[in-house]
Every structure is written in structure tokens, then in C-alpha cells.
Design a protein around this ligand. Structure first.
Ligand code: FES
Length: 110
């Protein structure tokens, strides 16, 4: 099974590439394991905390896809910083089409 790499970009532009993400592993788990700042994963990936909030760049939106209703409801917890391209990366499972994906770590909710 091939592994993929995803780059997480901070609000200040600093980037961290996470490599060797296994197929079907959540991108939150991969980010936490790699120590990506701002991705906390407090609920363990249960879609309840929104501490894994990212923005998907336009060129990747159709590949990544939109949030489902449950994820959308959790994103309401961070409505002050939610954008059209918001996703919770615990709900994005690694798959080959996502190799090379770039995600921006969301601004902090007040
Ligand atoms: S880790 Fe809690 S919602 Fe993603």
C-alpha cells in the first residue's frame, strides 16, 4: 500500500510536510504524530472538538470534498473562523489522490 504526503501550512506561512501517511489513516492522526502546530485532535478524531480545523485550497477542494452534516455541525463550534473551504482533518482519510495535498491550519477560534 502506498503512502502519501501532505503539507500543513501555518497562518504565518511556515510549512511542515508530513510524509509516509498510511492509506486510510486520518490526516489529523498523521499531523498530531508529526507535531504539526495547531492540530490538536482533542477528541481523538470523533468529530466533536474542531481542534483539527484546516482550510482546503481551491485547487484541492473537488478532490477532498465537502464536510458531511455531522462535520458541518462540529464546524459550527468555530463559526467565527469557519470558511467555505473549512474541513476537519480527522474526517479526511488518506488516499492516493490526496498525495501532495496542501492544507492551511485554520485561524484560532476566539
Ligand atoms: S479531532 Fe476532534 S473534531 Fe477532529
Amino acid at each position: 500500500m502506498s503512502s502519501i504526503k501532505v503539507t500543513f501550512i501555518q497562518q504565518d506561512g511556515e510549512e511542515k510536510m508530513v510524509q509516509g501517511i498510511a492509506h486510510s489513516q486520518s490526516l489529523m492522526e498523521a499531523a498530531v504524530a508529526a507535531g504539526v502546530p495547531g492540530i490538536l485532535g482533542d477528541c481523538g478524531g470523533a468529530c466533536m472538538c474542531a481542534t483539527c480545523h484546516v482550510y482546503v485550497p481551491p485547487e484541492w477542494e473537488s478532490v477532498v470534498g465537502p464536510p458531511d452534516d455531522v462535520e458541518g455541525a462540529t464546524l459550527d463550534l468555530v463559526s467565527d473562523v469557519r470558511q467555505e473551504n473549512s474541513r476537519l482533518c480527522c474526517q479526511i482519510a488518506a488516499r492516493p489522490e490526496l498525495d501532495g495535498l496542501r492544507l492551511t491550519v485554520a485561524r484560532k477560534s476566539k
